[in-house]
Design a protein around this ligand. Structure first.
Ligand SMILES: Nc1nc2c(c(=O)[nH]1)N[C@H]1C(S)=C(S)[C@@H](COP(=O)(O)O)O[C@H]1N2
Ligand SMILES: [Mo]
Length: 200
C-alpha cells in the first residue's frame, strides 16, 4: 500500500492531525451541492468508474515535488454521475473529519491530469498519503489536493479552506523557485506553473 511514496520519504502532511489507518472498505464519498442528483459513492463505486492514470507531480508550497503514476477518476467522469447545475463554478473538498477543506475552480478540476486519486504507481494510497481517495490537482500547490476525501460539493463561489484562511493564496498557482525533488533527492529550479518535467 503506497510503499513507493513512503520509500521515497515523501513528506506526510496532516495539519489537522493524522487520522490513523483508514479502511477502503466502508469508505464513502458524498457528492452534493449544486448538482441535479446528489449521491454517495462507495470505494467500490469509484473503482467501477472509468480509470485514468496520469504521470504527474504533486508539488508543495513548502518546496518539494514528487512524480509518479497517479491513478483515479477524472472529475468529468465523476460529475457525470450527479449532473452539475449551471451555477456550479467551484469544487469544494472535505477531508476525513471535515476539518481540512479546500476548493478549486471547476475548470481546474476538469483538467486532464486532475483526479480523484486512489493509486500511486499502481499501489493503493495509504492514509499517510490520503488514502483511500484524495484530490490530486498537479497544476496547483499541494494544499489544493485534499487527502482522504469524504465529501465533494459543487458550489458557486470560492470557499477559503484550511490553509486559505491561514494566509495561503486561494489561486494556489505554482511559482518559480527551488524545490526538492523527492524522486531524485536533489534540488532543482522550476518555472511558474505545473511541474511537468525538469529541464536541466
Ligand atoms: N486532509 C489534509 N489534506 C491535505 C493536507 C493536510 O494537512 N490535511 N495537506 C496538503 C498539503 S499542504 C500538501 S503539500 C499535500 C501533501 O500530500 P502528502 O501528505 O500525501 O505528501 O496534501 C494536502 N492535503
Ligand atoms: Mo503543501
Amino acid at each position: 500500500m503506497s510503499n513507493k511514496l513512503k520509500a521515497m520519504h515523501t513528506p506526510i502532511f496532516w495539519a489537522e492531525g493524522h487520522p490513523g489507518p483508514l479502511s477502503a472498505q466502508g469508505w464513502k464519498v458524498e457528492l452534493g451541492g449544486l448538482v441535479q442528483q446528489p449521491v454517495t459513492l462507495t470505494y467500490a463505486d469509484l473503482l467501477a468508474l472509468p480509470k485514468t492514470i496520469v504521470d504527474a507531480r504533486l508539488t508543495s508550497v513548502t518546496r518539494w515535488t514528487v512524480r509518479g503514476e497517479w491513478g483515479g477518476v477524472r472529475f468529468g467522469d465523476l460529475f457525470q454521475v450527479v449532473g452539475p447545475e449551471p451555477q456550479a463554478a467551484y469544487v469544494r473538498f472535505f477531508s476525513y473529519r471535515k476539518i481540512y477543506t479546500t476548493a478549486i475552480p471547476l475548470e481546474v478540476a476538469l483538467r486532464e491530469r486532475s483526479l480523484l486519486a486512489y493509486e500511486f504507481d499502481g499501489e493503493p494510497l495509504t492514509s499517510d498519503y490520503g488514502g483511500p481517495v484524495r484530490g490530486f490537482i498537479p497544476s496547483l500547490w499541494g494544499y489544493k489536493s485534499a487527502k482522504s476525501v469524504v465529501r465533494i460539493e459543487l458550489v458557486a463561489r470560492p470557499m477559503p479552506g484550511y490553509w486559505e484562511v491561514r494566509g495561503y493564496p486561494d489561486d494556489a498557482l505554482i511559482t518559480a523557485g527551488r524545490v526538492h525533488d523527492v524522486n531524485t533527492h536533489s534540488w532543482r529550479q522550476i518555472p511558474d506553473g505545473e511541474v511537468r518535467e525538469f529541464l536541466d
